[in-house]
Design a protein around this ligand. Structure first.
Ligand SMILES: Cc1cc2nc3c(=O)[nH]c(=O)nc-3n(C[C@H](O)[C@H](O)[C@H](O)COP(=O)(O)OP(=O)(O)OC[C@H]3O[C@@H](n4cnc5c(N)ncnc54)[C@H](O)[C@@H]3O)c2cc1C
Length: 485
C-alpha cells in the first residue's frame, strides 16, 4: 500500500497536520512511544498570538528582536500574520483557551513580549489541552511504539520510511512524508524535554545529505528544577516570572536587574547566562521565589506546577525552588522553505520544532513554537494538496537496510555524550572545547554502536560543527572570546 501521507511524530505539529488533511486521504501517523510522550504535552506557558490586527507588527518586531535579527523576515511575517487566523480556526473547531471574567481570551505576558499576548489553557497546561484536543479531532490512524530508523530518499524524492514496530522492521510507503519529530533534548544531560525527543530524524537527514540549519542555536531555559533522578527535568514556566516570581540567591537577593534592565523579563538566553555567571562568581545556590503570590491565586493559575512541585516536596508559593538552566528548545533544524518543504525535496516536508523555517533566528521568543507548529503545518498541508505529488515505486533502488538497533556499549556512550554536550556545547562555549568535543564524537562514531545512538551522534556532530563555524556570540550561541586561538 502507498499512503497519501506518512507523518512522523504525534505532537502538535504532526497532529495538526493530520487534522487538516481531508478525511478521504490515507494517512498514517507514527510515534515512538505513546502519543502523549512528546514535548507538546508538557508545554505550560501558552501560545503567542497577536491580540488584534494592530498588534501583528509588534509581534513581528518582538520576534525579530528576540532572534537578534538573524530570523528569516519572511518566516516571521508568515508566523505573525497567520496567528489570529489559526487560533480563531482552532477555537471555532472547539479548542478551549482560558477566558477572563468578561468571557474574553485571557492573555498573559512572557519574557521579551512587548505586551501580554500569550493565551493559555487550563492555567499552565496549554500543551496538554492542545494535545488532547488534537487527538480527539484526529480522524487518521496513529501507530504507536513505532520508531523511524530511516527514510527512503532518492534523487530529492522521499518514498516513505523504515520503522521498527513490535521488534520487526517494516517499510511504509507514502506520496508525501511529513517530519514532525520535534527537537533534540535527550542529547543533553539536563533537559526539559520528553524522553522520546532525541534528534534521531535529524541524524537521518545528515546521512541523506539533507541540510540542517542553525543547529548551534539551542535555547537553555533558565528556571528548571534539575535535582531529580528523572531524565526529563521539571520546568518552571516563564509565565511565573511574567506574573511576579523572582530569581534570587541564597540571601534572597534578586540579582537579574544587575545583568539586564528588564530583570526577570529579560530574554531567556540573557537570564540563563546571568544565572550561569552568578553561580560561577558567587557559588550561591539559585532559587525561584514566589513571595508576591497568594496560595489561592497560585493554585488557580498554575495548578499543574503546584501539584508537580508538591510531589517533589515543595509547597508553593511558600517555598522557594532551587533552579538551574537546562536545555529546552532547538531553534535550528531541517531546512525548509516558507511552505515547510524540505530544501531541494519534492515531497518531503518538516514542521514544528524539527524544522528550521528561520522564524526564531538566534533565539525563540517565548510561546512562539506552538504557534509555529500550527501555522507551518497548515501551510505544508496546503502545498502538498496543491502539488498532489505521486511517487513511483518502480524508481526505488534501495529499500530495506538491516539495522542493529542497540549494541552493548550504547548506554555508556550515550551518557558520556549527554555530559559532553552539557559541559562543552552548552550555555557558554569555548572554541577549543568544541573542537575536542567534535573529536570525541567522531571517535564514538567509529565504534561498534547501534542505529539509534549513531543517529544521535550524527545530530550532535552537526550541532558542534555549526557551533565551531559561528565564531561570534549571538543570541543563544555564546562563545567565550579568550579561548579563541
Ligand atoms: C516543558 C516544556 C514546556 C514548553 N512550553 C512551551 C510553551 O508554553 N509555549 C510554546 O510555544 N512552546 C513551549 N515549549 C516548546 C513546544 O512545546 C515544542 O516546541 C512543541 O510542542 C514541539 O511540537 P512538535 O509537534 O514539533 O514536537 P513534539 O511535540 O515534541 O512531538 C514529536 C513527536 O515525534 C515523535 N518522534 C521523535 N522521534 C521519532 C522517531 N525516530 N520515530 C517515530 N516518532 C518519533 C515523538 O514520539 C513525538 O510524537 C515547551 C517545551 C517543553 C519541553
Amino acid at each position: 500500500m502507498i499512503y497519501d501521507y506518512l507523518i512522523i511524530g504525534a505532537g502538535l505539529s504532526g497532529l495538526n497536520t493530520a487534522r487538516l488533511i481531508p478525511k478521504d486521504k490515507s494517512v498514517l501517523i507514527v510515534c515512538k512511544k505513546e502519543p502523549w510522550q512528546c514535548n507538546t504535552f508538557f508545554a505550560q506557558g501558552g501560545v503567542s498570538v497577536a491580540v488584534d490586527k494592530d498588534d501583528i507588527q509588534n509581534h513581528i518586531n518582538d520576534t525579530l528582536k528576540a532572534g537578534v535579527y538573524l530570523n528569516s523576515k519572511n518566516a516571521v511575517n508568515k508566523l505573525c500574520e497567520h496567528s489570529i487566523e489559526v487560533i480563531d480556526e482552532l477555537i471555532h473547531s472547539g479548542m478551549k483557551f482560558d477566558r477572563n471574567k468578561d468571557g474574553k481570551l485571557s492573555y498573559t505576558n512572557e519574557a521579551a513580549h512587548s505586551k501580554s499576548r500569550v493565551i493559555h489553557a487550563d492555567g499552565d497546561a496549554t500543551g496538554r489541552e492542545l494535545h488532547l484536543f488534537l487527538l480527539q479531532n484526529c480522524h487518521h490512524n496513529i501507530l504507536t511504539k513505532a520508531i523511524v530508523l530511516d527514510i527512503l530518499y532518492q534523487e530529492n524524492i522521499c518514498y516513505g520510511a523504515t520503522i521498527l514496530h513490535n521488534n520487526k522492521t517494516k517499510t511504509i510507503y507514502a506520496h508525501n512524508t511529513i517530519v514532525s519529530s520535534g527537537g533534540i533534548g535527550a542529547i543533553y544531560k539536563f533537559h526539559t524535554n520528553s524522553t522520546t525527543i532525541s534528534g534521531d530524524i535529524h541524524g537521518i537527514m545528515v546521512e541523506k545529505g539533507i541540510k540542517l540549519k542553525d543547529m548551534e542555536m539551542l535555547q537553555f531555559h533558565p528556571t528548571v528544577y534539575v535535582d531529580s533522578s528523572t531524565a526529563q527535568k521539571q520546568l518552571l514556566s516563564e509565565a511565573l516570572r511574567g506574573e511576579g516570581a523572582k530569581v534570587v540567591d541564597e540571601n534572597g537577593y534578586a540579582f537579574l536587574k544587575d545583568y539586564h534592565k528588564n530583570g526577570e523579563l529579560a530574554p531567556r538566553d540573557v537570564v540563563s547566562r546571568a544565572i550561569f555567571d552568578y553561580i560561577s562568581k558567587t557559588k550561591s545556590k539559585i532559587y525561584l521565589s514566589f513571595d508576591d503570590f497568594s496560595k489561592k491565586d497560585f493554585k488557580k493559575r498554575f495548578p499543574n506546577i503546584y501539584y508537580n512541585l508538591l510531589n517533589l516536596g515543595f509547597d508553593l508559593p511558600r517555598d522557594k525552588v532551587p533552579i538551574s538552566p537546562a536545555f529546552h528548545y532547538s531553534m535550528g533544524g531541517i531546512e525548509v522553505d516558507m511552505d515547510s518543504l524540505v530544501t531541494n525535496s519534492k515531497n518531503l516536508f518538516a514542521v514544528g520544532e524539527a524544522a528550521s523555517t528561520g522564524v526564531h533566528g538566534a533565539n525563540r521568543l517565548a510561546s512562539n513554537s506552538l504557534l509555529e507548529g500550527l501555522v507551518f503545518s497548515k501551510l505544508a498541508v496546503e502545498l502538498s494538496l496543491k502539488n498532489n505529488f505521486k511517487i513511483d515505486l518502480n524508481k526505488i533502488i534501495t529499500t530495506n537496510r538491516h539495522f542493529d538497533i542497540q549494541k552493548p556499549n550504547d548506554k555508556k556512550i550515550k551518557n558520556s555524550l549527554r555530559t559532553l554536550m552539557w559541559t562543552d556545547v552548552g550555555i557558554v562555549r569555548k572554541k577549543d572545547k568544541l573542537k575536542d568535543a567534535l573529536d570525541i564524537v567522531n571517535g564514538y562514531l567509529t565504534l561498534d554502536i547501534g542505529r539509534l545512538l549513531k543517529l544521535r551522534l550524527l545530530t550532535a556532530k552537526e550541532i558542534i560543527k555549526s557551533a565551531i563555524k559561528r565564531e561570534k556570540s549571538i543570541g543563544a550561541h555564546f562563545i567565550k572570546k579568550e579561548n579563541y586561538d
